[in-house]
Design a binder for this molecule. Structure first.
Ligand code: KIV
Length: 293
């Protein structure tokens, strides 16, 4: 009997478009969903070519690209700018964009209008919104406007001041019940997936078994339907100690430091550029190519 494999086609040349139906089928088939953040063309292209299922233009952009202390300052226009760059790179993965703080908190109408901007002006296929029961009306309205929504529960970084810092959520029985209820309500409101961040493994496993939509974990243990990491955390392009849940798969920080130091050294020692890296004007003895590359 052959079982359809919804795993990535990376390297095979086949590049079937990933949709939320694919993620749903993966959940049913117990095949993990892979997701990463990206904020620029080059990174998004590498992730897409590697077979990542879902690429999120996260509002973590504020911290890892723009250098802010929290995700709160990034604006809709800044998020749109980066979503467009990612959109141009990605052929296969789902491109989702984070709705930044303030873009859906004042009214449902404004939230719907901003969600539509991400699709219409930047080519996003979905938006992500933080929060549970309080966001259900908004989720229904955005989905009603034909924009898929990804929910986000647990440690929701836009709530940093209310939470009193970046703390694991759902540790008491009452808090766990509330998050499990939020997940069920988000599903009923029409979300296509739910990010579970910073919560006990047992709670994430319970939510994953209770909802029909895929859960994508970050700091929520291995029992979610998929996993997401912030790209810069994964490749050590941050300037602080990683959180416990981060696994580093490369050291881009060390690679870039050494490349930059080598360039500075070569320029200072006049070892760069070399004769072979220089152009020449044509001479009377022959034509010289005017091609730059
Ligand atoms: O902004 C972000 O990068 C996120 C992920 C951590 C899920 O929301």
């Amino acid at each position: 009997m052959s079982v359809t494999n919804f795993r990535s086609d990376a390297g095979s040349g086949a590049a079937s478009k990933i949709t939320f139906q694919t993620l749903q089928e993966k959940k049913r088939a117990h095949q993990p969903v892979t997701a990463l953040t990206a904020y620029d063309y080059a990174t998004a292209r590498l992730e897409d070519e590697a077979g990542v299922d879902l690429i999120l233009v996260g509002d973590s952009l504020a911290m890892v690209v723009m250098g802010y202390d929290t995700t709160l300052p990034v604006t809709v226009d800044e998020m749109l700018h980066h979503t467009r760059a990612v959109r141009r790179a990605v052929k296969r993965a789902i491109v989702a964009a984070d709705m930044p703080f303030g873009s859906y908190h004042t009214s449902v109408a404004e939230g719907v209008a901003n969600a539509i901007r991400f699709v219409k002006e930047a080519g996003a296929e979905a938006v992500k919104i933080e929060g549970g029961a309080v966001r259900c009306e908004l989720v229904e309205r955005i989905v009603g406007a034909e924009v898929p929504v990804i929910g986000h529960l647990g440690l929701t970084p836009q709530s940093v001041h209310r939470m009193g810092g970046y703390k694991v959520q759902g540790k008491t029985e009452v808090a766990a019940e509330e998050l499990a209820r939020d997940a069920r309500m988000l599903e009923a409101a029409g979300v296509s997936a739910i990010v579970l961040e910073g919560m006990p493994r047992e709670l994430a496993a319970r939510i994953t078994s209770e909802v029909g939509v895929p859960t994508i974990g970050i700091g929520a243990g291995p029992d979610c339907d998929g996993q997401i990491l912030v790209f810069h955390d994964m490749v050590n392009l941050t300037f602080s100690a990683p959180a416990k849940f981060v696994r580093r798969y490369g050291d881009a920080g060390a690679l870039f430091r050494s490349a930059i130091a080598g360039y500075v050294r070569d320029v200072e020692e006049r070892a760069f550029p070399s004769e072979a890296e220089s152009y020449h004007a044509p001479t009377s003895t022959g034509a010289v190519s005017t091609k730059v590359r």
